[in-house]
Design a protein around this ligand. Structure first.
Ligand SMILES: [Zn+2]
Length: 234
């Protein structure tokens, strides 16, 4: 995602370590998530490639990770719906606009929405980060996912609120996982690798599964902590 005019207050640590690869190559078979519908929305596509790195475009990375994520959820018994699942789903001369995405997302009546993007910023920025807009369900989901991603990458980006159209209008707990910074040379190489794509999808899955296993969210009983950051995205 291209960032414009944003107030970026997040603290980050540059530890200078390579991302360790996870050892989990086994699928989690079972029915822990039976009866749950997971909606995955890989950002951009078609005429809109999203952010660009030196070699990669964001839309293809988003799609690869979304497809890997879909597989983990299916192994756990969930029903998975994707806004698009192959490049040809979006005509090359068209954009899949956010209003259309939200219409489709809300027609699914899914239990959760996971939007997938790659971040872009100063070349020193690195690491994944999870965003939400409002609601206790979204807030806790974002934290459960981001904790897994911090654990895996040894980075310390925190969960942040973001005013993003899809998150604002989705009628279900919704998060946007920014997989890493395509503008950072090391992150870009990692984002393009099938190992990183597989591993980050695993940790997004684990965070989401943790959140599901805590039970259905009694939204009104949970107190939403005040936002510590607010980004405006156009
Ligand atoms: Zn994006």
């Amino acid at each position: 995602m291209v960032w414009k005019g944003l107030v970026f207050l997040t603290l980050w640590l540059h530890l200078g370590v390579a991302y360790p690869l996870a050892t989990q190559s086994f699928p989690m078979e079972g029915d822990l998530l039976a009866g749950r519908t997971v909606v995955i929305d890989p950002g951009h596509g078609g005429l809109d490639p999203g952010a660009r790195g030196k070699q990669a475009t964001e839309d293809r990375i988003n799609l690869e990770v979304a497809l890997a994520l879909k597989t983990w959820f299916q192994h756990a018994g969930a029903r998975v719906l994707m806004s698009w699942s192959k490049p040809s789903d979006i005509p090359r001369n068209k954009k899949f606009r956010v209003a259309q995405r939200v219409d489709w997302i809300n027609r699914t009546h899914g239990d959760v929405l996971i939007d997938i993007h790659c971040n872009s910023g100063y070349h020193t920025y690195r690491g994944p980060q999870t965003f939400y807009w409002s609601g206790a369900g979204s807030y806790h989901l974002a934290n459960d996912i981001q904790q897994e991603l911090q654990y895996w990458t040894h980075t310390r980006r925190g969960v942040t609120r973001i005013n993003q159209y899809v998150l604002r209008y989705a009628k279900m707990p919704a998060v946007n996982v920014e997989l890493g910074f395509i503008s950072n040379p090391k992150d870009e190489v990692a984002l393009m690798s099938s190992g990183y794509q597989r591993d980050i999808s695993w940790y997004i899955f684990v965070g989401t599964e943790r959140w599901f296993l805590k039970g259905r969210w009694p939204e009104k009983r949970l107190q939403v902590p005040p936002p510590t950051h607010l980004l405006i995205r156009d």
